[in-house]
Write a protein that binds this ligand. Structure first.
Ligand code: GDP
Ligand code: ZN
Length: 331
C-alpha cells in the first residue's frame, strides 16, 4: 500500500552511492542511498509462497540493485533525494558465488523475462552459449525468449528456423528478425512492451539496433548495449536499465553480470531441471540420483535414443554437467 504523498521509483543504474532512479511520474532523478534502509523484502513471492532461495535472498535484501523499486524521500522542497526503502522484489536474477559459500549476488531485480539474442550469422551463433543463458534463466525461474537476428544473411526466417528447431521443440519462443529488412520486429516489440526484460547475447548480434528499430526514441548508439561489457563500465553495480518509450512502458535491463556465464555456480544435481525438455523424463530413471550419462535404466538417454529429446541439447547438458562437477571431459 502506498502512503499518500509517497514517491516510488525504479533504480536504473548507479555508481558509488549515487543512483539514477526513474520516478513513477516518469522523471529521472539522482538519489543517494540512506545509511539505514528499511528491510521490507520478505523473500516471498507475490502469491505468498516461499522462494527456493529465501535465505540467501533475505540476506541480500539491503543491497540495492538495478530494477529495484524504491521509496524516495526529498529533503525540503528542492532538496536532495534519498532512497528510504527497497520494496519487496517479485523476482530476481541472481548469481551464486562460485566456490561454495551461500553468497548470492542479485544482478537485477523484478525481472519478468530473459531475452537472449543471437545472430543467424555474423557473428556465427554458438548453441552451447545459448544453452548456458537458458540454464541461467531456468535456474532463476525466469521465462526465457530467444531472438535470432540478421536472418536475411541466411536466406530469411524460414531458412534460419531450420537450425533452431531443437529450441522450439523444447518449448522456447523464438523470434526470427532482421533489422536490415525490418522483419519480425512487431511481435518482439509486443513481447517487450510493458514488462521488464533482461536482454543479453554476444556483442555484434544487433541488440542495440533491434531496440532502436522497435523503440524509436530510445536512441541507443550502435553497440551501446554490448559496450558496457567490453569496456567494463557499470560492472560495479551490475547493470543498466533502459526505460522503454511508448504508452505501455516497460524496461530493458542490460546486465554484464549475466554474460559471465562460466561463473554461475549451480549444483550439478539441479542442472537437469534447467533443461525443460528433460523434465518429463526425470522421474522415469531407475536411480533417483541418475546423472543421465552411463547409468542403466536412464529414461533421459532412452528419450534421446528415440529422438524425443534433441541429441545436441542432451550433449550440451552432459558437457555443462561435467563442467559443474569440475570434471574434465574425456577426449
Ligand atoms: P550489439 O552489439 O548486439 O548491440 O549489436 P549492434 O546493434 O551494435 O549491431 C552490430 C552490427 O550488426 C551493426 O553493424 C549493425 O548495423 C548490424 N546489424 C544489426 N542488425 C542487423 C540485421 O538484421 N542484419 C544485418 N545484416 N546486420 C545487422
Ligand atoms: Zn537418467
Amino acid at each position: 500500500m502506498t502512503e499518500l504523498g509517497t514517491v516510488h521509483g525504479v533504480v536504473l543504474n548507479g555508481t558509488g552511492g549515487i543512483w539514477r532512479v526513474r520516478r513513477d511520474d516518469g522523471v529521472t532523478i539522482e538519489a543517494s542511498l540512506r545509511g539505514r534502509v528499511k528491510k521490507s523484502n520478505s523473500g516471498k513471492r507475490a502469491d505468498g509462497s516461499l522462494r527456493r532461495d529465501t535465505i540467501s535472498a533475505a540476506a541480500e535484501t539491503l543491497k540495492l540493485t538495478v530494477g529495484d523499486r524504491v521509496v524516495l524521500e526529498q529533503e525540503g522542497e528542492d532538496g536532495a533525494w534519498a532512497i528510504s526503502e527497497i520494496l519487496p522484489r517479485r523476482s530476481h536474477l541472481a548469481r551464486r558465488n562460485p566456490g561454495g559459500g551461500h553468497g548470492e549476488r542479485i544482478v537485477a531485480a523484478n525481472v519478468d523475462q530473459v531475452v537472449i539474442v543471437f545472430a543467424a550469422a555474423n557473428p556465427e551463433p554458438h548453441p552451447r552459449m545459448l544453452d548456458r543463458f537458458l540454464v541461467i534463466a531456468e535456474a532463476n525461474e525466469l521465462a526465457a525468449r530467444i531472438v535470432i537476428n540478421k536472418v536475411e544473411l541466411v536466406g530469411g526466417a524460414d531458412e534460419a528456423r531450420k537450425r533452431w528447431m531443437d529450441y522450439e521443440r523444447a518449448g522456447y519462443t523464438i523470434h526470427y528478425t532482421s533489422v536490415k529488412q525490418r522483419e519480425g520486429l512487431e511481435p518482439l516489440h509486443d513481447a517487450l512492451a510493458g514488462v521488464v526484460s533482461v536482454l543479453t547475447g554476444p556483442s555484434g548480434v544487433g541488440k542495440s539496433s533491434l531496440l532502436n528499430a522497435m523503440f524509436p526514441g530510445l536512441n541507443l548508439r550502435v553497440g551501446e548495449i554490448s559496450e558496457s561489457v567490453n569496456k567494463g563500465r557499470h560492472t560495479t553495480v551490475g547493470g543498466f536499465v533502459h526505460p522503454l518509450p511508448g504508452a505501455e512502458g516497460g524496461y530493458v535491463v542490460d546486465t554484464p553480470g549475466l554474460r559471465e556465464v562460466g561463473m554461475w555456480a549451480l549444483s550439478p544435481t539441479e542442472l537437469d531441471q534447467c533443461f525443460p525438455e528433460l523434465r518429463p523424463f526425470l522421474s522415469g530413471c531407475r536411480f533417483a540420483d541418475c546423472r543421465h550419462s552411463v547409468e542403466p535404466g536412464c529414461a533421459v538417454r532412452d528419450a534421446v535414443a528415440r529422438g524425443d529429446v534433441s541429441k545436441a541439447r542432451y550433449e550440451s547438458f552432459i558437457k555443462l554437467r561435467e563442467e559443474l562437477e569440475g570434471v574434465k571431459p574425456a577426449r
